[in-house]
Ligand binder design. Structure first.
Ligand SMILES: CC(C)(COP(=O)(O)OP(=O)(O)OC[C@H]1O[C@@H](n2cnc3c(N)ncnc32)[C@H](O)[C@@H]1OP(=O)(O)O)[C@@H](O)C(=O)NCCC(=O)NCCS
Length: 179
């Protein structure tokens, strides 16, 4: 078997600046071990199963549509996203994380806008994402990024889909038109 093709270059949105010393690149399978930071970055207990929602396959098979940033302190940020195989008009952002000391400086916005541009360029018309009803930070971030919330119930004061991912696994769904 031949080597995988080179991943596409990353075009930053016009006017976007990365924090000093931060290099943004495409992730590879060898970056997968780094997702252990998710518990710290999300403020979850050491027993949280959240890292298992991001298995190695995302770093193997969606590297060309994802981003990972590093600086002198190590892993700085990542966005794991892809274009729907079933409906190529739709793109999906599965995970985004920014190291706590780098938050509030527009880094997640820069990664989202770079993702939007890459997906719009290949004909995607929409970007979707989900989060838990309790993740109010993610909800505020997605609203600021122009996403609309959908759901079929009000759960803990939040519009969400009841049992979306199984019994008791309610989710807030976000959708945003491109460009
Ligand atoms: C959510 C997260 C990715 C945001 O990263 P960030 O780099 O701080 O976000 P940015 O600085 O790019 O902010 C982009 C916009 O979202 C808004 N925003 C970000 N975090 C927010 C918060 N906690 N409350 C309200 N608004 C917020 C910003 O005000 C900004 O709006 P503006 O551009 O209109 O001024 C980061 O807080 C994080 O990693 N959280 C833990 C992981 C998580 O919950 N991920 C999402 C679910 S997968």
């Amino acid at each position: 078997m031949t080597d995988a093709p080179e991943p596409p270059p990353i075009d930053l949105p016009a006017g976007a600046a990365l924090p000093p010393g931060l290099v943004l690149r495409r992730p590879t399978a060898s970056d997968h071990a780094g997702v252990a930071v998710i518990r710290d970055w999300w403020g979850l207990p050491s027993t949280s199963a959240l890292p298992y929602v991001l298995p190695r396959l995302f770093f193997q098979h969606f590297s060309d549509t994802s981003f990972l940033g590093e600086d002198d302190a190590g892993l700085a940020c990542f966005l794991i996203g892809f274009r729907s195989s079933a409906d190529p008009r739709v793109a999906y952002i599965h995970f985004v994380g920014v190291r706590p000391d780098l938050r509030g400086s527009g880094l997640a916005r820069t990664m989202y806008e770079a993702f939007f541009a890459q997906q719009a360029a290949v004909g995607c018309l929409r970007v979707d994402a989900i989060t838990g009803p309790g993740n109010t930070r993610s909800q505020a971030f997605h609203r600021a990024m122009g996403f609309r919330v959908t759901g079929d119930a009000e759960l803990d004061g939040v519009l969400a889909w009841r049992d979306y991912d199984g019994p008791g696994e309610h989710r807030v769904a976000f959708t945003r038109a491109l460009p």
